[in-house]
Design a protein around this ligand. Structure first.
Ligand code: NIG
Ligand code: FE
Length: 411
């Protein structure tokens, strides 16, 4: 099966296969081709070029993209999309004046979601989750990282990870699974942190590795959750199972978690709403991708990650949704890109780089995803007719997507 997309108004994010991330000032550049064609063969991008060079190309299907923009699908490197129920009551409680922290301290928050998930059957949880998977694919997400972390018992963490595996098998989008047993201290271990760390390290991790259920490991490194010491223990133990870290850090407090993550060669550090100069310095010269989650800041009314400072310091930046029931009940990457421009003052070029190639890097897949590159996977967004790509983040909240192709399949 081959697909020829022709008369493309502008084909964005054209890279050669040596580019795995874009850093600092280079993020301002979004290489593109006007009046272009793109050729897909099965699940792979095989060719592209100027329309005037598009001679004698035969394809089983042709799409006319006159007036439309074509770009790679979003690579959403941080989600908790597998969850049970919702937390709309806590949303109302926050409107009425309670803070996220106060709600958590009353047994709400992550523990609330964990209780609901433990009481939801594997089949029901799968059905609830795939509805959201279908939604985000329609909104242009072609690669997705999914975390566990609403189980908080060996059985329920395994249940979540098996569902992620099932999603991997049944959907065309690329999935990476992250084990987040250290998301919160479960009720049963309220006064026994050491006991829960032992459970994670000696029971959960070996079992998950045995069943090959996770690609990465995550820890919520935050006051009242997991300390630097706790985080170090988990990252250390994960090394034996070849699980690289992607960690929740600096969401509410900055206390050295980024330097620790970099020391452990983390693939990404995510959130960073609170950021000190030491954190920026720690990231310099590292292989660790800073990831901002602007929809979370929007929903919780907390500071936005200082993306400008990060990029202006010569660092890369990725954008992700954080889709979860508590802090970000939305997986809309189009909104993430808009919000990064509007609130974090990223240029459209920077935001698109952050949500495609750098998002792919933050999930360890930028060799095959995140750009228009011969040999990469055919994951493509075709927009509606728009005046320019600046219009996509500018006209926020509107659906600009006409068609999505994932792994060579038209949705
Ligand atoms: O990334 N901060 C930790 N985890 C999630 C929120 C979890 C929840 O409230 O359910 C986040 O924001
Ligand atoms: Fe998160």
């Amino acid at each position: 099966m081959s697909i020829l997309i022709k008369n493309i108004k502008e084909l964005l994010q054209i890279r050669d296969n040596t580019i795995l991330k874009v850093v600092g000032q280079d993020m301002k550049i979004l290489p593109s081709l006007k009046n272009a064609y793109l050729l897909i063969e099965d699940d792979t991008i095989v060719d592209y070029g100027k329309m005037e060079d598009c001679h004698n190309i035969k394809a089983s299907k042709t799409i006319d993209a006159t007036g439309k923009i074509v770009l790679p699908t979003w690579c959403d490197s941080h989600t908790h999309i597998v969850y049970a129920g919702n937390r709309e009551q806590e949303f109302v409680d926050r409107i009425n004046g309670l803070s996220y922290e106060e709600i958590a301290n009353r047994g709400g928050g992550i523990l609330n979601s964990a209780e609901v998930l433990q009481n939801t059957s594997e089949e029901a949880l799968y059905q609830q989750s795939i509805k959201r998977i279908e939604q985000v694919m329609q909104m242009g997400t072609g690669a997705l990282e999914i975390k566990s972390g609403y189980g908080l018992s060996t059985e329920a963490e395994l249940k979540m990870l098996r569902i992620i595996k099932r999603i991997k098998q049944n959907f065309p989008l690329k999935i990476k699974a992250t084990f987040l047993g250290a998301h919160a201290l479960p009720k049963a271990y309220k006064n026994n942190k050491r006991g829960y760390l032992d459970l994670i390290i000696h029971e959960m991790l070996p079992q998950i590795a045995k069943e090959n259920l996770a690609d990465y490991v995550d820890v919520f490194c935050e006051k009242g959750y997991f300390s630097l010491d706790d985080t170090a223990k988990i990252l250390e133990a994960s090394k034996a199972f070849h699980l690289r870290a992607k960690i929740h850090v600096n969401q509410f407090n900055a206390f050295g978690g980024i330097a620790l993550a970099v020391k452990h060669n983390a693939l990404s550090v995510d959130h960073l709403e609170e950021l000190h100069q030491e954190d920026i310095d720690a990231l310099k010269g590292s292989n660790t991708m800073p990831v901002a989650l602007p929809s979370c800041s929007y929903f919780l009314s907390i500071p936005y990650t200082p993306g400008r400072r990060i990029i202006d310091a010569g660092l890369p930046l990725a954008l992700a949704s954080d889709y979860n029931p508590g802090s970000t009940p939305s997986g809309n990457m189009n909104f993430v890109v808009s919000t990064a421009c509007i609130k974090m003052k990223l240029t459209p070029e920077e935001a698109i780089n952050a949500a495609t190639i750098n998002g792919a890097y933050a999930m360890g897949i930028s060799n095959l995803y995140g750009s228009i590159t011969k040999g990469k996977k055919a994951n493509i967004i075709i927009t509606k007719k728009v005046p320019s790509y600046n219009f996509l983040p500018y006209a926020f909240g509107e659906n600009h997507i006409d068609q999505v192709i994932i792994n060579g399949q038209c949705l």
